[in-house]
Design a binder for this molecule. Structure first.
Ligand SMILES: Cc1cc2nc3c(=O)[nH]c(=O)nc-3n(C[C@H](O)[C@H](O)[C@H](O)COP(=O)(O)OP(=O)(O)OC[C@H]3O[C@@H](n4cnc5c(N)ncnc54)[C@H](O)[C@@H]3O)c2cc1C
Length: 387
């Protein structure tokens, strides 16, 4: 195939999810000639709970409120339907959205900033040389000076770059359920999480504007039991009549040790493609948006200022990776002692409330765990005087 010696673009982004659309937006806004290639059609539905924590406000500099269906003001927790705890907060903890709306909104923002958004264009193959990258898509080859692979958990980019990231793949199901106005009102603004059902995971109900989004997510197989787990959970919640759902879809969740490679040559990986999903909670939208922005900043620094792309590794390590490593370690402990972990976190309202500070970005796993260790050292673990 003959390729023009001229660059078609400065930057090519593969995938129009939160990571890719954010990267395209920030690059285009900085004056970089950017193409965003998305294999789906505009407004394509995606399997996801659509819970977005309020800390995304610190990364995105335009108004996201048209995407929000519900403001999240609290959370309820249970252990197999019992031992229930409910916590509310005076602040906006986050929002619920539908991914078909949210992703399109971000893609349109990228387009308004100047990115060329190309739908129904799937990446097949990649080639890099000293001067740039060629993305072979179903619509032909496209040439760029840098490429951001943000094509999700099944990333073709990561595979073509042979970036084996020691990632582990979890799996989640999303069901959309009809519910009466009374049920929606009772649950409004409160996310419900139920533990103790599926091993290495949890079930949830997120009340959207006109339906309940219920689901189950686990960190490891077996996946064949998930539908049954979800049905059992809904029975426990008194929602048996909502089954079967009008929509039921599943997708992989790509998390990992948070230690994998993010870059090869002129190609960077962001979001799920880089295995940046939080292993403990399954939250992937915030890390996708943050890594998308960091990838854009590294690409702009490289293209406009000649700075090495290795700056991307450093910024992800500083802003995200340490947290993902903590999440991974804690998730392993939780999987070993799930009931103890539930009692430890939710047994004391103040401790459970600290999760709110996580979602708004006021604290980090690192700080929370260090605080917990200090308080243990200061109480039971302190050696008695004189011994
Ligand atoms: C059931 C379930 C529930 C979840 N709930 C939540 C939640 O409530 N909150 C939360 O924060 N996270 C949640 N997650 C995780 C979250 O969905 C992901 O972490 C997030 O979507 C990652 O964003 P991304 O941009 O990296 O990838 P994606 O959102 O997967 O976007 C990748 C994009 O790339 C496109 N693409 C793929 N391959 C190609 C190709 N070859 N060429 C061109 N385009 C391509 C895809 O069509 C897609 O649009 C959930 C996940 C699951 C499975």
């Amino acid at each position: 195939m003959k390729i023009s010696p001229k660059f078609s673009y400065d930057a090519i982004v593969i995938g129009g999810g939160p990571a890719g659309a954010t990267a395209a937006y920030f690059m285009a806004r900085a004056g970089i000639k950017t193409a965003l290639l998305e294999k789906g059609a505009p407004g394509r539905p995606k399997c996801c709970g659509g819970g977005v924590s309020s800390r995304v406000k610190k990364i995105i500099d335009f108004d996201l409120s048209p995407c929000w269906e519900t403001v999240v003001r609290g959370a309820a927790f249970s252990w197999r339907g019992g031992d229930r705890r409910r916590l509310e907060s005076g602040e906006e903890l986050g929002w619920l959205t539908r991914r078909e709306v949210f992703d399109l909104f971000l893609q349109e923002a990228a387009s308004r900033a100047g990115a060329e958004v190309r739908y129904e264009e799937r990446l097949w193959e990649l080639e890099q040389d000293r001067h740039g990258v060629t993305a072979f898509t179903e619509k032909g080859p496209r040439r760029g000076r840098v490429l951001v692979g943000a094509d999700g958990a099944g990333s073709v980019t990561a595979r073509r770059l042979n970036l084996k990231n020691l990632d582990s793949f979890g799996f989640g199901l999303e069901a959309r359920l009809e519910a009466s106005a009374r049920v929606l009102e009772d649950r409004k603004g409160i996310l419900h999480f139920d533990f103790g059902g599926p091993s290495a995971g949890y079930c949830w109900i997120f009340p959207r504007r006109d339906h309940l989004c219920a689901g189950v997510a686990v960190r490891r197989p077996p996946y064949s039991t998930l539908k049954r787990e979800l049905k059992n959970y809904l029975d426990r919640e008194g929602l048996s009549e909502a089954w079967p759902p009008s929509w039921l879809r599943g997708a992989y969740i790509r998390g990992g040790l948070g230690l994998g490679f993010l870059r090869r040559g002129r190609c960077l990986l962001a979001g799920d493609a880089a295995g940046l999903c939080d292993q403990l909670t399954g939250e992937g939208i915030y890390p996708a948006i943050l890594s998308g922005r960091l990838a854009a900043e590294a690409a702009v620094g490289f293209l406009a200022g000649g700075r090495p792309l290795s700056g991307y590794d450093r910024s992800v390590r500083g802003r995200l990776r340490r947290e993902l490593v903590w999440a991974n370690l804690v998730s392993r402990a939780v999987d070993l002692f799930p009931r103890k972990a539930y009692e430890l976190v939710f047994g004391e309202p103040e401790r459970a409330r600290s999760l709110f500070a996580l979602s708004s970005g006021r604290t980090t796993y690192g700080r929370l765990l260090r605080g917990r260790l200090r308080s243990l050292a200061g109480s039971g673990f302190r050696r008695p005087r004189g011994t």
